[in-house]
Design a protein around this ligand. Structure first.
Ligand code: UD1
Length: 343
């Protein structure tokens, strides 16, 4: 095998970043990881090494440090692409601290782009979110649906991020794929890496697994009066390993110059909607554990239902989710049991 192509992976020790590091290594790439460890730990590197046999190079710094951003490009003149995960991701927190979110999610993006241009790194993958669609008028939602006014500063940083990138591709020699993720869940099937939520989990699946293991008394289901078949809200949950694979596929599209435009957007989901109640039932079936829950009021800012039209990703990227919700819940549960044992 030839020399591995180096890919800068910002936020590469985070939940999606670490799974993508594994997929990159398994596909012959060499991730160069930057992470400020604000929402993860250095132990994740050992997990990546256990799965792949390779410990990637890692730089612990904050990408708001312009000088360090420049340094990484000068230290790695062979970089072939950038996958930019590093960002703050708590919707509620973003409402409380908007400036923190605008600064954390947009300044590093700008610094990275400036250095990418000056060092001739032409391939950029951006972590976007289905949150840009708000409550879509038509389901499943496709990429041509209008971007609605963001519900939170977090969501707005994803919209503005896409605009910054699109404008930059119009003016400069750089090409971008923005991946609009639906709801990533699960963990690596090896249980060597997974999600490490900070404090009380905000997202459904970590809350479910923490309840099942006894860390939380019960799951609070936010609303059963939505206009859906069972009254609970519907999302498109996809396995994080499938999502990680989508990044490798998108990167290969850019490297092989198969992209049709300099700025492309793809939905990354399964194409299937699942309600909160269906998730609870699926978890119980897969694990054989009874999950205590209580129905409470709706959570502000939540939409009723969203799931992806994935035809564009299938046709253009040749990517399709392969794992089921059952696979994801089984892997999330295995990971939960493992991290509780080791603490
Ligand atoms: C959330 C973010 C979204 C972000 C995504 C990343 C909000 C409003 N949106 O999506 O911007 O891109 O995470 O993962 O936070 N639920 C419960 N009880 C719980 C937790 C969740 O009933 O304890 C329900 C929610 O009401 C929702 C579903 O489960 O209907 C999924 O919630 P969650 O995992 O937080 O994802 P989203 O809100 O879809």
């Amino acid at each position: 095998m030839g020399k591995r192509k180096e890919i800068l992976l910002t936020g590469g020790l985070g939940y999606i970043g670490s799974h993508t590091a594994v997929e990159l290594l398994e596909n012959g790439f060499m991730p160069v990881i930057v992470d400020d460890l604000s929402n993860t730990t250095e132990n994740v590197l050992d997990g990546i090494e256990k799965i792949t046999g390779i410990k990637p190079v890692f730089y612990p710094f904050d990408l708001k440090n312009k000088k360090k951003v420049k340094e990484i490009f000068s230290k790695h003149p062979q970089l072939k692409g950038i996958i930019h995960f590093a960002a703050s991701k708590y919707v509620g927190e973003s409402v409380e601290k908007p400036l923190l979110y605008y600064e954390n999610n947009l300044c590093p993006l700008i610094y990275l782009l400036k250095q990418a241009l000056s060092y001739g790194v032409k391939n950029f993958i951006f972590s976007s979110s289905c949150t840009v669609y708000g409550q879509p008028d038509k389901l499943p939602v496709d990429e041509s649906a209008p971007v609605k006014k963001a519900e939170s500063p977090y969501g707005n940083t994803k919209q503005i991020g896409e605009e910054i990138l699109e404008d930059t591709t119009r003016a400069e020699d750089i090409q971008v794929i923005s991946l609009r993720y639906f709801n990533p869940i699960g963990a690596h099937p090896s249980a060597e890496i997974g999600e490490l939520p900070r404090g009380v989990p905000q997202n459904l699946v970590p809350f479910i697994t923490q309840t099942a293991i006894g860390l939380r008394e019960k799951l609070y289901i936010f609303g059963d009066d939505y206009p859906t078949p069972d009254g609970t809200a519907i999302r498109d949950y996809l396995h994080v390993v499938d999502l990680a694979r989508a990044h490798v596929t998108a990167l290969q599209r850019l490297l092989n110059k198969q992209n049709k435009k300099k700025f492309e957007v793809f939905n990354i989901g399964t194409g299937k909607g699942t309600s909160v109640m269906e998730m609870v039932k699926a978890f119980e079936e897969v694990t054989g554990k009874k999950l205590p829950y209580e129905i409470v009021g709706r959570r502000p800012g939540d939409v009723t239902a969203v799931w992806a039209d994935t035809r564009l990703a299938e046709k253009e990227l040749g990517w399709k989710a392969e794992k089921t919700i059952q696979d994801a819940l089984r892997d999330a549960w295995r990971w939960e049991k493992k991290i509780r044992k080791s603490r």
